[in-house]
Design a protein around this ligand. Structure first.
Ligand SMILES: [Zn+2]
Ligand SMILES: [Zn+2]
Length: 226
């Protein structure tokens, strides 16, 4: 009997979403899929819930002197609601790595929908100290679900706890990341992969590094958009 990866319920007798799409891979039960709120009709550049075409965060980055020279389009699958918070908490703080696999089908559908070609994935790193505590970088594992080339070329050089900072401060650059030396990503179409998009500070800091390395295009993917 197959069990839902998120809640442990048997999925056999439940009307199954994956079945409709003919994927035949029952990873989530219907109850859990309903609790996940799909990103829809949000900001065209980042998915944020807004009535505007482009949200205030994106306008900020568009005018900020360190980021106005390049554009990043972000794709997120779900809004960061209470259920999303619970999932990320279990992955990151309880080390429940298998929960990431619950998104495999969603990610495959996403790639099919947008027909991405020649994309190289760049996972957002976590600091080495954090990596030792947790044992894995969740963004790398999310990237592995795509079946696309991955370049794990970034390092986190500063261990500041972003989540504890106020939003206004997170809209500034803190030099949190660097690119490993000797990496050539010139002319590549790059997609930054992370678990959550909050203000866009992380992807724009990384975007700046990628821009300086002369990549052709910068995209971003996260499971959640807060
Ligand atoms: Zn479930
Ligand atoms: Zn936006």
């Amino acid at each position: 009997m197959e069990k839902c990866l998120l809640c442990g319920q048997h999925t056999n007798n439940l009307f199954n979403y994956c079945h409709i799409f003919g994927l035949g891979n029952k990873l989530l039960c219907e109850k859990c899929l309903i609790l996940l709120e799909r990103v829809n009709n949000g900001c065209v550049k980042c998915g944020k819930k807004t009535k505007d075409i482009i949200c205030s965060d994106c306008l900020y980055w568009r005018n900020y002197n360190l980021t106005k020279l390049f554009e990043i389009v972000n794709y997120s699958l779900f809004y960061y609601n209470d259920f999303g918070k619970e999932i990320l908490r279990r992955i990151k703080f309880s080390g429940d790595l298998k929960l990431i696999y619950a998104f495999k089908n969603e990610i495959r559908l996403f790639i099919k929908k947008y027909r991405f070609k020649d994309i190289t994935l760049v996972p957002v790193p976590i600091h080495n100290e954090r990596l030792e505590e947790r044992g894995f970088n969740q963004s790398l594992y999310i990237a592995k679900l795509f079946n696309l080339p991955i370049l794990d070329v970034l390092v986190k050089v500063n261990n500041e706890k972003q989540s504890k900072k106020i939003k206004a401060m997170r809209m500034e650059f803190n030099n949190l990341f660097d690119i490993k030396p000797g990496v050539n990503i010139e002319n590549k179409r790059v997609m930054i992969v992370d678990d959550i998009y909050t203000t866009g500070s992380t992807v724009h800091q990384i975007g700046r590094l990628l821009y300086e390395k002369k990549v052709k295009e910068i995209l971003s993917f996260t499971l959640f958009r807060s």
